[in-house]
Design a protein around this ligand. Sequence first.
Ligand code: SF4
Ligand code: SF4
Length: 112
Amino acid sequence: MDNPCLSCGACCAAFRVTFHSSELESEGGRVPDGLADPEGYEHARLKGTDYANPRCLALCGTIGEKVWCGIYAERPSPCREFAPLAEIGNFASACNRARARHGLPALPVVDG
Ligand code: SF4
Ligand code: SF4
């Protein structure tokens, strides 16, 4: 099955993405600091994901056509956990909620 995420990207423009500050490059992690805002004392948030019309600043391409993550190898843990699991059925409702928000059809839910 083709990876549906490559022609989607909806979840990168639908949800607030918060992660522990230790994942920031300046703290020994890999996420570029310039793409994150502080959230409280211990957390950071990907820039753009808390806007009224959210879109992560690292998302490249056109949603629903062709997309890629500009920091794929350095993306934070919520991004690593969300997309692959969506493909096997977990998080399917969140995935399809994000897709609906961008006018994309729901993906079939696969029993995992
Ligand atoms: S996880 Fe779902 S919403 Fe996110 S890019 Fe993949 S198909 Fe789209
Ligand atoms: S870092 Fe990459 S995978 Fe995570 S929300 Fe931004 S564009 Fe999407």
